[in-house]
Structure formats: C-alpha cells, structure tokens
Design a binder for this molecule. Sequence first.
Ligand SMILES: [Mn+2]
Length: 306
Amino acid sequence: MRYICGHKTPDSDSIVGAIALSYLFNQIGIKSQAVRTGEVNTESRFILDRFKLDEPVFKDSFAQCDTYLVDFNNYEEGADDLKLANIVGIADHHKMGGIQTSSPIDIWIRAVGCSNTIIKEMFDYYKVVIPANLAGAMCCAILSDTVIFRSPTSTKADTKACKKLAKLADINKLKKLGLKMFKKKSDIKGATAHELIVRDFKLFDMYGAKVGIGHLEVIDIKIFKKIKENLKTALQKHKTAENFDTCLLILTDITAMGSVVLVATDSKDIIEKSWDIKVVDGEFWLDGCLSRKKQIVPFLEPNFKK
Ligand SMILES: [Mn+2]
C-alpha cells in the first residue's frame, strides 16, 4: 500500500492533494490511500462537504511504509518517524527541504502556486480523467493557495489548471467560490488566541535559529482588532514555551493586499533588517505581502546566517 500524505496541520492543498493523488495512483494500478497527519481545517471541511469527498484517514506513523509526500518535502513538517519511511515520491511547490532516500524516487516539484496545479498535470501525463467532484476540490485548493490568483506565488500555470478544472467541475463563477471559501477561512469565532497562532503554523531551522511562522488570511483584517493584544501575548508565550528564537504571526488582509506581522523574538535587529522596517509595539506592516513562502521566509532566513 502506498500512503499519500500532506504536511502537519494540513491545509486544503495537502488534504485535496492527498485525495487526488491516491485516486490517480489507484487508476494506474498502484494501490494507494490518502492520509493526513493532522485535523481537517474549516476551509478543507467546506471543500470536502461541497464536493462530497471522504476525508483522508488519520495516520501519524510511517516507519517502513511506502509514502508519497504532497505539499511538503522536509522531515520537520511530517510525522515524527518520517525518516524511517520509504519515501517513493514528492509532489510539491516549496523550496527543497533535505529529504534523503536510498533509491531513486519520483519528483514532481515546480515553482507554481499550488501542488494541485502540478497534480493536474500529473493526471494529464498519465492520461487519467479527473472526476467532476475531484476537479472541483482541486480547483478550490488552487484558489486557496494562490489567494484567488492574487498571491505573488501564483503563475499562469495555476490560472490555466484552475480554469480547466473548473470546466470539468462545471463551476462558472471561480472568484465567487474563492471568496466563499475565504469567508470560511476568515472565521475566527470561538477560537482561542493560541489556536489561531497554530492554525497554519510552520517551523523553520534558520541556520540554527528555531523560527515559527503562523499565517492567517482573512477578507478583512479588522476582525483582529479586538484580539490583537491577546494574540501578541499568546505569541510571546508560545515562543517561550517552545524555546523559539523567533515567532511571527502574519495577519493577511486579502482585500487590502497586505499583512500585519506580529513579532515575538530574541533577534529584533534581524527582523528589522530583513524588511528594512521598525518593529513598534511588537508588530509591523508589510504592504503587498500575501505569501509566507515568497515574501517572508526568503527575506528573513539569509539574515540568520552568521
Ligand atoms: Mn501548497
């Protein structure tokens, strides 16, 4: 059995990507199962319900298992024993993350806005028809990752794939669907400050410094007004409790196209140098910033190099 698995705290790209790839592999004769290493978030839940798809099975142990990674390619974002897995392939759109294997593997990594864009091309490559409901879910994953094509990570390949998938799924109003989905994503009701910080949180080893970066994308950043101070306190707590050098929480306004970044750090000078900004009251504004992988990490990481 081949297990298809996205990263920890899975987003829609990871969840839908695992489902899509397992369907594809089963169609070409490789017995496969979609799995997840974390809970399904509200946005992914909306997608699964809307397109009547089963959620991947929870699995957090991969020792000796044939494992295909989707939407990540490092050990840090996988299950604790991922180093013991038999990794057979990767479909992803992130920077190279240091996976090592003892045999040759399938690599589908490209600098596009979403793993599902690459997966669409894999279906084309293997000449497998995508069922309408799966196409709809893949379409949503692309809308989510590219922030409805607004993110600087979004490419022509993403737009093209998404439009083709929309046609297969009989979706006429892509933007409307995208906004409906981001409305689900913007829902912060009932969540504690800590839950919001870890909702989409990624760990990085930046030249020996432990860095954690959370990201919340909402339609209107005003919804954070009342809880911003709580978020800062919780971010500081999280940093101390987990022994981070730096914790950031990016609050992205997808309408205004920019982000407030909340900061808890021992390296304030490095943060300020990275974007040539001043951290005031534990926060700063980045105009035009929508993407952690393209507008945060590449600016920050090199400055930790000693
Ligand atoms: Mn992705």
